[in-house]
Ligand binder design. Sequence first.
Ligand code: FAD
Length: 397
Amino acid sequence: MAGMTVDKDKCVGCGLCASTCPQNAISLAGGKAAISEECVACGLCLDACRLGAIRRESGQRQQGLEQYRGILVFAEQHQGHLEDVTLELLCKAKELQRDLDCKICAVVPGRQGSHLAQTLIGHGADTVYVCPAEELDEPLEQQAADLVEQAIRRFQPEIVLFGATELGRSLAPRVAARLHTGLTADCTVLEIDREKRLLQQTRPAFGGNLMATIVCPDHRPQMATVRPGVFAKGEPEARQGEVEALPAPACQPAIQLVANQIAQRSAGIADAPVIVAVGKGIGSQKNIQYAQQLADRLGGQVGASRPLVDAGWAQYSMQVGQTGHTVAPKLYIACGISGAIQHLAGMAGAQTVVAINTDPDAPIFRAAHYAVVGDCVEVLKQLLAQLPEAPVPGGNI
Ligand code: FAD
């Protein structure tokens, strides 16, 4: 593991590093900086120290890094339906591929894999690894980890991408731990440092107050999870690819659990084409009814900022933001939402944003395409008066 060390000969005990450290991991002992175990090696002290007295120590570098080439995407499916995030990851993989000049592969568990392979190829996969075993139709994390590990050992990708879904969040760390490599969760930006062939993984850090770009220079593969809706899905193309079957991983009876299959997937805000989101400016729980009526007429759903969920005015399933859901609707109407960075992190993928706020300087207006300065309850009532009552099929937009 990489860490930070202090060159005691160069350090003059000025304390600049200590005042910069967001973890309070640096103190002055005997007139020199001392770094405690709280250090997360974020590197801010490197920039703060004007004397170059702090340096990052590299951990042990894995042998044969250059043998790893290509991008592997875990293709999550349920009951033969591919999760949208899989296609979003493939679209991003195609962008990264331009800088890396490499192949893209996907690995899909379950008997529906062969049927889904053509979709994955159309969206950019050159090879699809399938494993048509009944027990992988709805795999447990352990089984999915066995399969992904097998695909990684076969293909030796330099990058592996997972959706930050319930399964992906549990699966990715298991695989990373088995392969002794790093993992960056909930990335919002993925780019390539072409010179070093490194994946630059950017995600909100320190409560969303800054964006951290994380690299994994010494181990392969470089692994990241990305929440649904963060990247675009892309259009399929007519293209050829290969399908290769992997043997079913050995069953581990000790961890066999009875898993409930959800017969019908409920439509939530993550898939809604229109979201009417409410914040504290809505004034009262009762007023949310106007947002609900507008959402119904537009064929959409109601979203909420975190304080409304904390106050019990809205369900967690409605929360948009860093600790809520990431959404990418065609239309996002923000009613009485200030536009804190943690809220914006969840709605950055919205195509058109309309913001209604009494404060003309509210940060939400910087993210909005249309700004309405006014009382959101009054504006909602006026919009309802203008719109037809019955929802138009497919929504009113
Ligand atoms: P406020 O910031 O109080 O804003 C209310 C707005 O309403 C103001 O701009 C005001 O001008 C306006 N207003 C008042 N009256 C009216 C009116 N009558 N008509 C129109 N406008 C009016 N927040 C999230 O939303 N989602 C998250 O996932 C999330 N995760 C977080 C994670 C962490 C680690 C932290 C530290 C915070 C997180 N937050 C999250 C909280 C976030 O920082 C903000 O506090 C929150 O988004 C503010 O919610 P708000 O805009 O509803 O309220």
